[in-house]
Design a protein around this ligand. Structure first.
Ligand code: C2O
Ligand code: CU
Ligand code: CU
Length: 510
């Protein structure tokens, strides 16, 4: 079987940007694609400024930080000059960046102004199950749901998104996603770019396919789900960020429904990864590229010379993530290549950045001792976990202790990618076996890990301790078609000796 031509790379990709009098003469930056994939729309004109979701720090109600979110329908100019009907939080598309501090009590009042039920989940938070926003916490149209919790975890780049039973992919695809930043004393002390929207930049990567009239193509492919052909950053195509400093921190979120992104600088220069899903690394890691499966995050530091232009692009993995290549197999987009974001450097008098800190969060170094920990196995196969489809009335795992556990997760498919996410938890990847793919991100504390075909990961998992026999947390593949089709299970955390006793869905408050 012959391998399809990988891509047609435009030669100007690696060419230096032409700068005259501080004005970059932007070449018509087009995303390059595999030869059998139509060129994404929205990349043939000049880049547009990167939209920065508003920073929203809520209002204090006594000691509690309170946010008000509304889910609603709107319309946005995702493609230049084209109007697309969308969904958003407090706006037309995506949502504000919420910011909280470790130790704080928070509440979010979410009013659903859509005409259908949804739920909102705090991806990466440790919090009580009733507040977690999984499929057991429906918010009916017109209703307001008010989860409360105490932020009790290290600084991290988290996010929030819908999680309704069997409908998560569509609700996210229509535009519902936002970032949720946690700060703490460690981040206060570090010399990292920290001015939101100036040198600390949210980068929410999603994708979509459009009808000619601009409407989203919502046809769900039985294998690829809502894998879009057009990449979007913060809700638009062909985005460009004009840096005013020589170092920027990009908070990269793969918020895509199905697509993995192998990210690098088009100039092939290295950058530093400073955090993984659940918080800062012990020390920065210099890399040439990073692979993010859906829902994974990294914060990276990108250094820029004055006037320099750097392009963040998504490129194929050499090995196609272990998925067999050929004419009659699906490559899940692993062969695609895209321009995602252009970053232009500051003016000549921007001061040189200081040295990258050598230490970030020393507390992130230790891996929990799991010598005598409970071990559980999870086999992912097509749309099932351990041969079962998701059942809202079944408890798959009951945890009645406070200790870490070892979760061993295997992708039993030989030609499908998966990943694995656990709510109310963070984990270290102890091992990855059964695959030659070396790009899987296994560094630091995580809540989601990619699984190439036939691979097995061993995870040392720490859970938040909020025992409640009545409401479950989820674990699942975060490729949203897989999740919606049933590749999800439920666990409860209970007091020692207690048993799970699920309450009928109620959207309750306490
Ligand atoms: Cu990002 Cu179960 O969620
Ligand atoms: Cu989650
Ligand atoms: Cu999957």
């Amino acid at each position: 079987m012959s391998q399809p031509a990988r891509m047609t790379r435009r030669t100007f990709f690696r060419g230096a940007a032409v700068i005259l009098g501080g004005v970059a003469l932007a070449p018509a930056i087009a995303a390059c694609t595999t030869s059998d994939q139509p060129e994404p729309r929205g990349y043939d004109g000049d880049p547009r400024p990167l939209p920065i979701p508003p920073l929203y720090e809520g209002e204090m109600d006594g000691d509690r930080r309170v946010f008000a979110l509304t889910t609603r329908a709107g319309q946005a100019e995702i493609l230049p000059g084209v109007t697309t009907p969308t969904w958003g939080f407090n706006g037309d598309v995506l949502g504000p960046t919420l910011r909280v501090r470790r130790g704080e009590d928070v509440r979010v009042d979410i009013t659903n102004e859509l005409d259908e039920m949804t739920t909102i989940h705090w991806h990466g938070m440790k919090l009580p199950a009733w507040a977690d926003g999984g499929p057991h916490s429906p918010i009916e149209p017109g209703a307001t749901w008010s989860p409360e919790w105490t932020v009790d975890q290290p600084a991290a780049t988290l996010w929030y998104h819908p999680h309704p039973h069997e409908k998560t992919a569509l609700h996210c695809y229509r535009g519902l996603a936002g970032m949720l930043l946690v700060d703490d004393e460690v981040t206060d002390r570090l010399d990292l770019p920290a001015e939101y929207g100036v040198d600390d930049i949210p980068v929410v990567i999603t994708d979509a396919t459009f009808h000619d009239d601009g409407r989203l193509d919502e046809e769900i492919d039985p294998t690829l789900g809502l894998l879009g052909d057009t990449p979007l950053v913060n809700g638009i195509t062909n985005a460009s960020f004009a840096a005013t400093t020589r170092r920027v921190r990009l908070r990269l979120l793969n918020g895509a429904s199905m697509r993995f992104h192998h990210l690098q600088r088009a100039d092939a220069r290295p950058f530093h990864v400073i955090s993984s899903d659940s918080g800062l690394l012990p020390a920065p890691q210099e890399v040439d590229s990073v692979l993010l499966s859906p829902a994974e995050r990294v914060d990276i530091l990108v250094d820029l010379a004055p006037g320099e232009e750097t392009i963040l692009e998504s490129v194929p993995l050499d090995n196609n993530f272990g998925i067999p290549a050929g004419e009659n197999v699906t490559d899940f987009g692993f062969g695609d290549s895209f321009t995602l974001l252009t970053v232009t450097g500051p003016g000549d008098n921007a001061p040189e950045p200081s040295a990258v800190p050598t230490t970030l969060d020393p507390n992130a170094e230790a891996t929990p001792d799991v010598g005598s920990a409970v071990r559980r196995e999870f086999a992912l196969n097509t749309f099932r976990i351990n041969d079962q489809l998701m059942d809202m009335n079944r408890v798959d795992v009951t945890i009645d202790h406070r200790d870490p556990e070892v979760w061993v997760v295997t992708n039993e498919n030989s030609d499908w990618p998966h990943n694995f996410h656990i709510h109310n938890a963070r984990f270290k990847v102890l091992s990855l076996d059964g695959t030659d793919v070396t790009e899987v991100l296994t560094t630091g504390w995580k809540d989601t890990v990619a699984l190439p075909p036939n691979s097995t990961v061993e995870l040392a998992v720490e859970f938040g301790w909020h025992p409640d026999p009545a409401v479950p947390y989820m674990f699942h593949c975060h490729m949203l078609l897989h999740e919606d089709e049933g590749m999800m299970g439920q666990f409860v955390i209970v007091e020692p000796g207690q048993e799970a006793a699920l309450e009928p869905m109620s959207g309750r408050s306490h």
